[in-house]
Design a protein around this ligand. Sequence first.
Ligand code: NAD
Ligand code: ZN
Ligand code: ZN
Length: 354
Amino acid sequence: MTETMWAYRIEEWNQPPRPVEVPVPRPGPGQVLVKVAGNGLCHSDLAMSHVPAEVGRGLGWRVPFTLGHEVAGWVEGVGDGVAGVANGAAVALVSPSSCGACRSCLRGQDHVCPHGRAGRGYGRDGGLADFVLAGTRDLIPLDGLDPVTAGPLTDAGATSYHAVKRVLPKLVPGSTAVVIGVGGLGAFAVQFLAALSPAHIVAVDTNPARLDHARRLGAHEGRSGVHAGTADVLTDLAGGRGAEAVLDVVGSDATIAAGLAAVRPAGAFALVGAGGGGFAGPWFGGLPRDADVFTFQGSTIADAHEVVALAEGGRIQTDADVFTFDRVAEAYEALASGTLRGRAVVTPDGCSAR
Ligand code: NAD
Ligand code: ZN
Ligand code: ZN
């Protein structure tokens, strides 16, 4: 194996990422070395080059670190103490980080592990490289799925799944579910709703191409928006009764206001998008009565396994726009400008300096 590899790294706080030649990591005790097949790009990555030092350090992040938290590939080697993991096995890697030993982890709520704020691709080395390190709890065996395009299932897929699974009990026949922002995450949310619920699915996006795509994935209706000052754009849903569930995968002031206004009493509102918006309304008369209003990051390990199982069963698909490593900046530009058809996935091939 070669001694060095290319990695797309944030080298200093508040600086844009760039390709850097770095040593190939060696698996320590309990670790697995994974040869990357593909790494999905997430909108959250775009914010990581703007993280100030005090914020990054407060999260326990270190610089430099390699971007990429939607990884799949093949086991290349294992460290001491790792048993039952075969070289060459195709795996996807659980995206959120967790300790496995705290009260939350032991209850299966590893997505709220207090030790999980730094992880692969956010403050530690991620998958935009030839090789990456993982723990054995991170490995999700792939049975028939192509590792080049499986990475997005672990974050865009699993995060959306976590939100959909939580609102499923509200979605009885005759219900309405809304997804605001049907990009990488939202396209998965539409698919989970279509596969697992009887709800009438309304997709909302400012980009008409994304609305068309959402319809192909199972949305029954597409609506344009949400812009500032259009908080009432969804209030006519279900004859004015409102939606049983609204998933806001944008998270701006405008989408939060419109989303909350569209939830019927005893419904649910999930804030998934990290658009930095807030809620300024009064609690009485501003929030839907007796509704579940929640936010979260990532998913549980169990969620990620279930999403992979749904994909293996052909119940959901990953639409990927595949880029080689030499085009990673172009791929991020396409994500930022909304011109992707599917989730951007970067393979380690094609670096001319290799
Ligand atoms: P994306 O760029 O692929 O998709 C965003 C979509 O929202 C696009 O289709 C865009 O056209 C649409 N949009 C933007 N503004 C809109 C508006 N005002 N009204 C309606 N639609 C609008 O991004 P993504 O990777 O799917 O990420 C979506 C959000 O989720 C980001 O904020 C990201 O940081 C966040 N995220 C959160 C978690 C979590 O754990 N909670 C995990 C991953 C990503
Ligand atoms: Zn992400
Ligand atoms: Zn823990």
